[in-house]
Design a binder for this molecule. Sequence first.
Ligand SMILES: [Zn+2]
Length: 469
Amino acid sequence: MSKLLLHNTRTGRKEPFEPIVPGRAGVYSCGPTVYAPQHLGNLRPYLFADLLRRTLEEEGYEVTHVINVTDVGHLVGDGDDGEDKIEAAAAKSGRSALEIAAMYTEQWLRDRRAINVRDPDVLCRATDHIPEQIELARRLEEKGFTYRIDDGIYFDVSRFPRYAEFAGLDLAAQVDHGRIDEVGGKRNPADFAIWKFAAEGVSRQQEWDSPWGVGFPGWHLECSAMSVKYLGEHFDIHTGGVDHVRVHHTNEIAQTECAMDVHPWVNVWMHNEFIDFQGAKISKSTGGGAVLQDLVDDGLEPLAFRYFLLQAHYRQQQTYTREVVEAAATGYRRLLALAAEVRDAAGEGDAAAQSDYRERFRDAMRDDLNAPKALAVAWEVARGREELAPGDRRALLLEFDRFLGLDLVQADAPGERFESDPRIDGLLAERQQARADKDFATADRIRDELAAEGVEIVDTPEGPRWRRK
Ligand SMILES: [Zn+2]
């Protein structure tokens, strides 16, 4: 049996995972900034974190997974100048910042669940943790790592000699290429805001009192404050998109290691690559990046998108086009149909016949979560080999699906999924209308009548559908 190997951005190597506390794994993932619809590309970091979580659990670790929701302080352009993304979205739409954040958090959770990404153990919002952030900023100030300028309290990166180490930054070159925004009065171009004052003449919906005056926390601060609160001052794994390495994660490390006197603060840093959307960016429903609902509107199952994501290793860039995602959906349906062949097979099968497949599948996942390789083993099993009886195939596919999350075996085969009949479809529509009108008595009566006929109603992302029991 091989060991669980994870690629660590901090060391640049694939390394055996060594937990801080035996048998446990603390994982923090940077969550979304909830100011706009979460497009398909935003789901990749969470699918990756979900695979990590499932694999750690299968390896016997008790996992605590924490994800934040950024609902304040993330400025347009990720730097220290410009508008707050949420405040800007609120001003544009006429909704409150709170409503904007709640609406897109809800969409994000719904989309995650639709692709079988498990909910985290702790979902923490930045605005619910202002005192923790102020406390961290206060500690940094007390230790002399911060200074005050007109628009806020800044972290002085020259006080942290390891600042450039994590991302291998060449700070001088960054200045030359204008990659760091200039806020007047900063001591070093890479210095970043810990606490920002609302700009003069700008009224903000979200601002708080602090030892430095009314304002709001800098974007990076929340991840340090909340991860430490829920996972401790030294924890195992921090994940995020590869775009976070150079600034967001570099700044998280600087402020946490300085405030807590700890190094390394996080043992393993893991980063997923992007999806390249080429021309397929525009969503019909949102006008922005394509969202999961666009695929559903086009007749694709949400899990076909999960299958698409599993086809690439998380550290590989993946290309998204209509054709590629439709090919993935075809592949996914074929896999489901093969798995459905053994759905009713009895027994646990023969462990000896299964062991080669089991080991190859698990070894692939242990090798830095190599999902495409693991998926290939699942295909071998689904297609069936001479040495595998239906019971073996069923047992293996059920086990593999604990990692893959594709509803293999337990899902109905495609094609036989839902039925259509004008009378029953009409009753379903009537029930929907009754629910929309909050006439629950009528809605329940229709449901009971249909149930008496042996019709089961299933709520799907496309709305309610039905089948005979
Ligand atoms: Zn973060």
